[in-house]
Design a protein around this ligand. Structure first.
Ligand SMILES: C[S@@+](CC[C@H](N)C(=O)[O-])C[C@H]1O[C@@H](n2cnc3c(N)ncnc32)[C@H](O)[C@@H]1O
Length: 434
């Protein structure tokens, strides 16, 4: 397994978590079928997929595999380590040190294989030009990605553009592929562009160091049409790919059913068929609850409230972490204990608190401003709406629009739409009161 040389913050920025060898091996075996296959690794990191692809090609009888493999990475350090890793193994490949989205498919001969583990950089870090290039690459094949899309999404779409019609794409991806709203256009694109699409899910975490569920995407331009799911315990079971029987999954909407075990899914089907299942929405209200956008700032315990000289009256008890809950059922007694613990108390304040010049609350909120809490995405949009109501939110939005440079173009568009929505609401409210 390659050891990550990219550290800390930069590692998160580049989405650099390197892939276990069992996965690399299984994906290379599945994707590379002929000694003449040309292979693309669009985010090559320390070249684990590149090295395995070269080995696989050689084992299939390729004489000059170095001429068939193209590796791309934006990070000069990763490119340098990739060169060293290959040299140490007595191998070579073409390595382009560049943003993958600057590569134009028409300028390359088609590839039979796109393989790798693209970066998973979430929307709040995946910003500016990098995000714009990814979005416009996806848009050029009709895939519209929202500003909330993580970086892996445009990688899937753009890499597919380099493939021959019967080519294969084998990627390690976050499970967001199956369930995130922003990934909907990618799911649709995959089913349209490829014959068969298989997703391999794992019961146990693949990357213990990264807080993310991982799946393998196996998309085949020539396979029998449809969406398939393979469920494995952990990476040790990968030796049975790709012959392992897979179950067909429903391609409509989200693919998150794939995360339920096969036994679990069929037990649910049996219960549903006998009319013994009810939707939770039939018996309860389901809501996301509060969104603070910055829990460290807005959720305090009693000691912190005291330290800042704030009034306890401004706070209300909240459930913020699953560990606060004793189990699936919260009794009145549990709730009373939670409240008495004074552990998680959320600040419930309107924008007018900011105007309080001399109070501890005013000082606390202005300190938040200095820390840039109000510039966080959720604080700028959702929170204004949920906590302060349309008038205050509209004022905040106008404020944001006047501060040039605070928002990037996509956010600006979202904020403009939110403002128009709020204006309409105010007009309608005015009419109904008239
Ligand atoms: C998750 S690592 C994967 C490395 C390698 N595929 C592996 O599994 O060992 C992601 C890599 O993507 C690279 N990367 C991030 N953004 C990129 C971009 N726009 N174009 C090319 N490479 C990029 C990072 O430098 C990092 O090396």
């Amino acid at each position: 397994m390659a050891v990550a040389s990219v550290a800390g913050e930069r590692r998160k920025q580049l989405g650099a978590f390197y892939t276990p060898p069992e996965i690399v091996d299984a994906l290379a075996k599945w994707a590379i079928r002929s000694p003449t296959d040309r292979v693309l690794e669009p985010a090559s990191g320390e070249a684990v997929f590149v090295l395995e692809s070269l080995r696989r090609l050689r084992s299939l009888g390729a004489l000059h595999p170095a001429e068939q493999v193209l590796a791309v990475d934006i990070d000069p350090d990763s490119c340098a380590s990739a060169t060293d890793v290959l040299a140490a193994a007595g191998e070579r490949a073409s390595i382009i040190c560049r943003d993958f989205f600057e590569l134009v498919p028409d300028e390359q001969a088609p590839f039979m294989v796109a393989i790798g583990n693209p970066p998973y950089v979430r929307y709040h870090r995946f910003r500016g030009d990098a995000r714009e290039r990814g979005r416009s690459a996806a848009a050029s094949v009709g895939v519209t990605l929202s500003g909330l899309a993580s970086s892996w999404a445009p990688f899937v779409v753009h890499a597919s553009r380099f493939l021959a019609p019967s080519g294969r794409l084998a990627f390690v991806l976050p499970a967001e592929l199956l369930r995130a709203d922003y990934a909907g256009p990618v799911r649709e694109f995959l089913l349209e562009r490829f014959g068969s699409v298989t997703v391999v899910t794992f019961e146990r975490a693949v990357f213990p160091g990264a807080a993310i569920d991982t799946v393998l995407l196996l998309a085949d331009g020539s396979g029998s049409r449809g969406l398939h799911s393979v469920q494995l315990n952990d990476v040790a079971d990968l030796s049975s790919l790709p012959t392992r029987a897979s179950v067909s999954a429903s391609p409509i909407g989200r693919w998150s059913g794939m995360l339920t075990s096969i036994e679990g899914a069929s037990a649910l089907d049996r219960l549903r068929a006998r009319g013994l299942l009810r939707r939770i929405g039939d018996v309860a209200t389901v809501d996301i609850g509060f969104v603070s956008g910055a829990n460290k700032f807005f959720v305090l315990d009693a000691a912190e409230i005291k330290r800042h000289g704030l009034s306890r009256r401004r706070f209300q008890p909240a459930i913020v972490r699953p560990s606060q809950l004793p189990g699936a059922v919260l009794t009145e007694h549990d709730a009373a204990q939670l409240i008495a613990s004074d552990d998680c108390l959320v600040l419930n304040v309107s924008a007018s608190g900011l105007a309080e010049q001399t109070t501890a609350l005013g000082r606390y909120l202005r300190r938040g401003q200095r820390l840039g809490i109000h510039r966080g995405y959720k604080c700028r949009t959702d929170m204004a709406l949920r906590q302060n109501g349309p008038e205050a939110a509209a004022a905040l939005v106008d404020d944001l629009l006047m501060n040039e440079g605070v928002l990037d173009p996509i956010e600006l568009e979202q904020v403009r739409r939110a403002r128009d929505l709020l204006r309409n609401r105010r007009v309608n409210r005015g009419r109904s009161q008239a």
